[in-house]
Unconditional design. Structure first.
Length: 414
């Protein structure tokens, strides 16, 4: 659920960009409103978790996410951009509490040596959601034609009002359904018989856990990983459109067949954004496949070495996309999703290794670092506004470079 909702935001961004006449930088602020919640809520969530335990923490997170989704109804109906961002923030606040609770819970459900493998397996199911989200987004949020400001001004007042009402409904429906699903999931977690494995009476302090360099550098790694992954996902549609890949896809039988399969129907009447937006599913699908594979790889090899290998491969693929065009540039940047797969769970497990009852505080710090998704996308967008996406991808190289080094420097147990 949290993977699905996180990526569904990417499908909303291109629609908001044209309707509200946003620059790439302003469109990136949508992600800022979403991911800044991790920076503001994670530490309090870690404090809460240390007092109420993992299970109740997951319940609080799911219920808050459901409430955040419900806020999209008035936000879309009033058509005010700041209210959209407030809705994203509320949704992400609940997601933050869920992540702070669920990730360390999975890590401690067994031996510490297998923590990285368990987290990779759990995150693989997160990736099932991130894979489905762009398909749903391309079909229901991007497939119809979005009018730009000139076209809107040409409409009669009644037609313009009808158009805006349709835009609101396109956003409201999916998030109301998600709200119901989240609340049902919260009930299921409430009745599930989950083990109590955190001694809430003997947890440590943030001052103690911040003295661990491995944790601090792991937090920086998660900040850069989430920032890079979200930046790519946010701007993939715009990047593909800048290379006129919609025309390429329509003119190639194989590519149009892939797009039709991903969308579940033909391309007739599908907007250019919908055509290329379908391929975003492959980016997130690569993460899903990689995490299932990563669950095995991190059992057979040192998690740090696996992380270094995937980080180095991501650098190579970004470079290929930067210096090529057309389908080569498209497939290489999509393949970065496969490299992203093991990064979050592996960095997380390496960073909290050996921390014992300090894990709730460590999780709060690491989830705070997810706020990288609030800062890196606007930076990449601002760079793209000035010099185009190819040069803006230098920012991605720096992110993946740090991650590769972190992995190679932590190949032994803490």
């Amino acid at each position: 659920m949290w993977g699905f909702i996180t990526v569904l935001v990417d499908s909303v961004v291109p629609r908001l960009r044209e309707v509200f006449e946003l620059s790439f930088f302003q469109a990136g602020l949508v992600q800022f409103a979403f991911f800044i919640a991790y920076g503001l809520v994670s530490i309090p969530a870690g404090w809460l978790l240390a007092r109420i335990g993992y299970r109740k923490g997951m319940l609080v997170g799911l219920a808050t996410m459901g409430l955040g989704c419900l806020l999209f109804w008035p936000a879309a109906g009033l058509r005010l951009f700041p209210l959209f961002m407030l809705g994203y923030f509320t949704l992400a606040a609940g997601m933050t509490v869920l992540q702070v609770a669920a990730n360390p819970y999975v890590a401690v459900l067994g031996s510490e040596a297998g923590a990285s493998s368990r987290l990779n397996l759990a995150q693989a199911f997160n990736s099932v959601g991130t894979t489905l989200a762009p398909l749903i987004g391309a079909k229901y949020l991007l497939s119809d034609r979005i009018l730009n400001s000139d076209a809107l001004r040409a409409l009669a007042p009644a037609e313009r009002e009808a158009y805006y009402a349709a835009e609101a409904a396109a956003v409201q429906g999916p998030f109301v359904v998600l709200a119901g699903a989240l609340l049902v999931l919260a009930v299921l977690v409430a009745v599930a018989r989950l083990p109590q494995i955190l001694d809430t009476a003997h947890t440590g302090s943030y001052a103690t856990v911040l003295k661990r360099p491995r944790l601090v550098f792991g937090a920086i790694g998660i900040f850069l990983y989430v920032g890079a992954e979200v930046a790519i996902g946010t701007y993939l549609v715009n990047y593909f459109l800048s290379m006129d890949l919609a025309t390429v896809v329509r003119g190639d039988a194989t590519l149009s067949g892939i797009a039709s399969t991903l969308l579940g129907n033909g391309l007739d009447g599908v907007d250019a954004k919908g055509v290329v937006g379908a391929f975003v599913a492959l980016y997130w699908g690569g993460a899903m496949v990689g995490r299932f594979a990563g669950a095995l790889l991190t059992r057979l090899l040192s998690p740090g070495r696996v992380l270094g290998l995937f980080g180095g491969t991501a650098i190579a693929l970004v470079l290929v996309s930067m210096f090529t065009t057309g389908t080569t540039a498209m497939w290489s940047i999509l393949a970065v999703g496969l490299c992203n797969s093991v990064m979050f769970p592996t960095i997380f497990s390496l960073a909290i290794e050996g921390l014992g009852e300090l894990k709730p505080q460590a999780s709060g710090i690491l989830c705070t670092a997810i706020a990288g998704g609030a800062f890196v996308p606007p930076l990449l967008g601002a760079w793209a506004d000035v010099s185009g996406f190819k040069w803006a991808f230098v920012l991605l190289l720096a992110c993946y470079g740090f991650i590769a080094v972190y992995g190679l420097r932590n190949t032994t147990r803490a």
